[in-house]
Structures are given as C-alpha cells and as structure tokens.
Design a protein around this ligand. Structure first.
Ligand code: GUN
Length: 287
C-alpha cells in the first residue's frame, strides 16, 4: 500500500485565497483592513524565518502587517508595555508573540496579557478554557490546520480512534480537544506512555507532535491510518541540512492510507490559519 499524500501547501493556498477575498470585501464594503501585529524578541534564526513569512503572507492577503523586532535583552516590563499598546490599538486585530521568549521573560505572563479577543494564537488561558469547555474561542493555528486537513480527507471524524503523540500546550493538548469535539475517541500518548506501539497501532488518526526526527515508523501504524506529521526537525543527512518530520515518511507511507509530507504539509496550514484567525478576530470584534 502506498499512502495518498495530503497536500498542505495547496490546501493552505486555497485558504489564503478565501482570506484574501474576505479582506477585499471588508475593504470594499466597509473601508476597513484587518491588521496583525507580530512581536519577535531576540534573534533565534528559525523564529526570524517564521516571522518574515507571516509578515509577507499577511500583506499578500491584503491585511496590515505590524512587525516588532526587539533585542534579546528586552525586559519583561518593556514587552508588557508594548502588548498593552497593541491591545489598545484599533488598527490591530490580532497579536502574536513569537515563542520561545528569552529566559528573563515569563512567557505565560506575557501571553495572558494579550487581549483574548486579539489572541490569534489561541494561547491565552481564557481561550484555552473556552476551547476545553466548547465555548467560542480563538483556536491555536497548528491544531486548527491539522483538523481542517483531517476533515477534508476523512469527512466525518465521529467515532474514529485518534491518537495524539505529544502533550504540548501549543499542539498536543488543543489538538486532543479539537478531536474530542469532533466526537473522536482520543488518546494522548507521550514520552512516558508504556507500550507506545500498541497504542498507536489502534489509531485511525495519528497526529505526531513530539519533535523527534522520524521517530514514528510504519511499525507504529494501523493499515490505512491517516497520519498528520506536525514535526519540523532539522537534521544533517549526507552532509546536507534537511527538514524531516516526526514520522519516517517512506515507511509510514507504505502502511498508512494518507500522510502529510514535511515540508509541505502542516507548516503552510499553520500560517494560513493564523491569517484566517486574524480575519475572524476582526469580524467578532465588529459584528
Ligand atoms: N513558536 C512555534 N510555534 C509557534 C506558534 O504557533 N505561535 C507562536 N507565537 N510561536 C510559536
């Protein structure tokens, strides 16, 4: 069996097209433009790439992009003051503080200082609680992107066995909440899970978000499973720097029914969902 490849790049381009249409309608009908502020503290190379890409795609969709690049030595009070300014700014509808933050800054405090209605990452504790209790919330972009791909590929997810590998606040936990709200039977597996392959082999849907290069091989999978690979890991291979997922693509593709590639799977969907969340934040604030 060779799995179907789920093309996140193409799907993300369609979502961005819909976002751009919506932004154009808001401009033509109401004379307004949604704005996204992205804050980067320090010079982590991967974060710089993500932030540049977010800014570029925000503008390509016709929205305002506000970028704040602060030095590594920035103090917590200074960052909190910037967030307070952005919370009060009527031209800013979404605020994203790129993680990780330098050690002298309490990331939880900073995230929880963002106005929850502008929290396009969905990381504010109020949005986390709202998602967990089935209330309208901002939904974290990566799990949202994974869910959209699963819905498109599988149709109804009701009653399926879903295993989420990884328990992070950014991906694993919100992914499990979203799958539960789709009426999946959800298991969260992690580094301490016993007999991991016995758990993952029961999965109709496997979402891998552990940050361990190519850890999941075909032996972990039930035949025909749908595999969503959230991992983006840089490895040295044959003297070259390569990007690989948490799943070993070739061995997984020989067992799975469908699988997302890395790159070109979850990554582009995350940014597309960030743009969609920004328009959603604008609409909820004004409708
Ligand atoms: N760093 C890695 N992923 C993310 C994300 O989804 N949002 C933010 N703000 N920072 C990240």
């Amino acid at each position: 069996m060779t799995a179907q490849t789920i093309d996140g790049k193409n799907f993300a381009a369609r979502i961005r097209g819909r976002v751009a249409d919506h932004v154009a309608r808001l401009r033509d009908e109401r004379g307004v433009t949604p704005g996204l502020a992205v804050v980067l503290v320090g010079d982590d190379p991967a974060s710089q790439v993500y932030v540049r890409s977010k800014g570029k795609m925000t503008k390509e969709c016709g929205m305002e992009s506000f970028e704040y690049r602060l030095p590594e030595t920035t103090g917590e009070a200074e960052l909190l003051a910037l967030i307070a300014k952005l919370n009060a700014d009527g031209a800013v509808h979404g605020i994203l503080v790129q993680l990780p933050l330098p050690a002298q800054i309490d990331a939880e405090l900073v995230i929880n200082s963002i106005d929850p209605s502008k929290d396009v990452d969905g990381f504010h504790v109020s949005n986390v609680g709202r998602l967990a209790t089935g209330q309208r919330s901002m939904v974290p972009c990566t799990p949202l992107g994974c869910l959209l791909m699963l819905r498109e590929h599988c149709g109804s997810l009701s009653g399926l066995n879903a295993v989420v590998l990884g328990r992070s606040n950014i991906v694993g936990k919100p992914m499990a909440q979203l799958l539960l709200s789709e009426s999946c039977t959800v298991t969260i597996a992690h580094s301490r899970t016993r007999d991991l392959q016995d758990v993952t082999r029961r999965a109709d849907i496997l979402v891998a978000a552990v940050g361990r290069p190519e850890m999941v091989t075909g032996d972990y999978l039930k035949a025909g499973a749908t595999v969503i690979d959230v991992g983006i890991n840089r490895v040295e291979r044959d003297g070259k720097n390569r990007l690989v997922g948490d799943c070993h693509f070739d061995s997984c593709a020989s067992v799975a029914g469908a699988i997302t590639p890395v790159p070109g799977g979850v990554g582009p969907m995350t940014i597309a969902c960030l743009l969609a969340n920004t328009v959603t934040a604008y609409c909820r604030a004004h409708d």
